[in-house]
Design a protein around this ligand. Structure first.
Ligand code: SAM
Ligand code: SF4
Length: 382
């Protein structure tokens, strides 16, 4: 569902009216636009802005201040991880619908002015977007405290020095298995050796500390938890174990596939004792732990079994310019409509404020009535 600030044209996103989490239903008024796409304006939380502040930081109705912006620069990817994208027949957005670099930089600049200090580029695979180094340079000039990028690593080795030179500070690299055959089965394209080389190249370029994202899935790679812990100890890279979320495009996710963060930590702790890092989970989603013998760090992102919504400080911009306040919410505000409709910074700012203001207290993933979002991970930007 997409809504637009007052006075701006309204865009669409296909999808049924749905409830989200524990809050009241979002109501859609639907009609057909000239493009044939569904046009909707909802009366859910995003519409109630009477008490919304027009000054100060980006705050929601539950007092959470938002300082972290994730920008998806493309919905395209050169891999097809089974937990994220379908293997074949992926419908990609036409180029004209994707935000240009200038549009992205403009939203980022407005966000910076509203107190966003941390920016992460993602996708799809951000490194398949042509000219990504130029975009990094433009965003570095805006001046964020933290400028990072999440990548599958396949194209990183060649680009790492230029990305660092352009102002990128660090990278998160996804790698779900340390066994070449299994890596290929999970990611369905690409190979492990290239990704391991990319980690070395990123370190040589100064893009550290490197975080290695591992989506843990029961029966797929949960027998590698200790291998990854040993990898963290050996390399000094921060391995982050991520619980599998219902955001796969093929809709195969089941609760039985989720390996709880607590189980992951217990297994590691039994082999190599760990302790929580002070302030380790605030406000980042990963709870951080260090090995008691001083040999490195691991983290868990337990979005399913231990949601961290109470401290969530994140908002997202999708590749086609929809502002989303939660991975699991279908409520979106089209900032692209604002930009392309001639809106000024004030209207961009209003769109960001409204998106944040309408955020629900929790993602509701454990509620009986939870409906998985219409879009899958690569279309949102993880
Ligand atoms: N293509 C890049 C990559 O793979 O790192 C960036 C985009 S990807 C969507 C961002 C992160 O989301 C990756 O670490 C990926 O493993 C994770 N991810 C994708 N689908 C997921 C799912 N269903 N549950 C949990 N994490 C998921
Ligand atoms: Fe591509 Fe990243 Fe999704 Fe894998 S997780 S399919 S690499 S976007």
């Amino acid at each position: 569902m997409v809504t637009t600030p007052p006075g701006m044209p309204v865009t669409l996103l296909p999808g049924p009216p749905r409830t989200h989490g524990t809050s009241e239903p979002v109501v859609l008024e639907r009609d057909r636009g000239t493009t044939g796409r569904t046009v909707g304006r909802h009366r859910g939380p995003l519409s109630r802005t009477d008490a919304m502040p027009t000054l100060g930081p980006l705050v929601d109705q539950h007092g959470r201040v938002h300082t972290d912006l994730r920008i998806s620069v493309t919905d395209r990817c050169n891999l097809r991880c089974f937990y994220c994208m379908p293997e074949e027949g992926v419908p990609f957005l036409p180029r004209s619908e994707i935000l240009s670099f200038e549009e992205i930089a403009r939203v980022a600049t407005v966000a910076r002015g509203l107190g966003v200090t941390s920016l992460r580029l993602t996708g799809g695979e951000p490194l398949v977007r042509r000219g990504i180094v130029d975009l990094v340079g433009m965003l570095a000039e805006v001046g964020f405290d933290d400028l990072a990028l999440t990548t599958n690593g396949t194209g990183l080795a060649a680009l790492a020095p230029r990305l660092a030179e352009a102002g990128l500070q660090r990278v998160n690299i996804s790698c779900d298995s340390l066994r070449p055959l299994r890596f290929a089965q999970i990611r369905r394209r690409g190979d492990l050796a290239t990704v391991l080389e990319a980690m070395d190249a990123a370190e040589s370029a100064g893009l550290s500390p490197i975080k290695v994202n591992v989506v843990v899935i029961a029966g797929a790679n949960d027998d590698e938890i200790l291998d990854f812990a040993a990898f963290a100890r050996r390399t000094g890279r921060v391995v982050r174990f991520i619980e599998y979320m219902p955001l796969d495009a093929e809709g195969n996710w089941s609760r039985d596939d989720v390996v709880p963060g607590d189980r992951i930590l217990a297994e590691i702790d039994t082999r190599w004792p760990i302790e929580a890092l002070p302030g380790g989970s605030d406000p980042a989603p990963a709870e951080r732990f260090r090995f008691r013998d001083g040999c490195g760090e691991v983290g868990v992102v337990a979005s399913v079994t231990r949601p961290f919504c109470g401290t969530c400080n994140r908002l997202r911009l999708t590749a086609e310019g929809a502002v989303r306040n939660c991975l699991f919410s279908d409520d979106e505000i089209s900032v692209r409509d604002v930009l392309r409709g001639g809106g000024g910074d004030e209207q961009v700012s209003d769109a960001l404020r409204r998106a944040v203001w309408g955020k629900l207290p929790g993602h509701g993933i454990n509620d009986p009535g939870f409906l998985r979002p219409v879009r899958s991970m690569s279309m949102i930007g993880g």
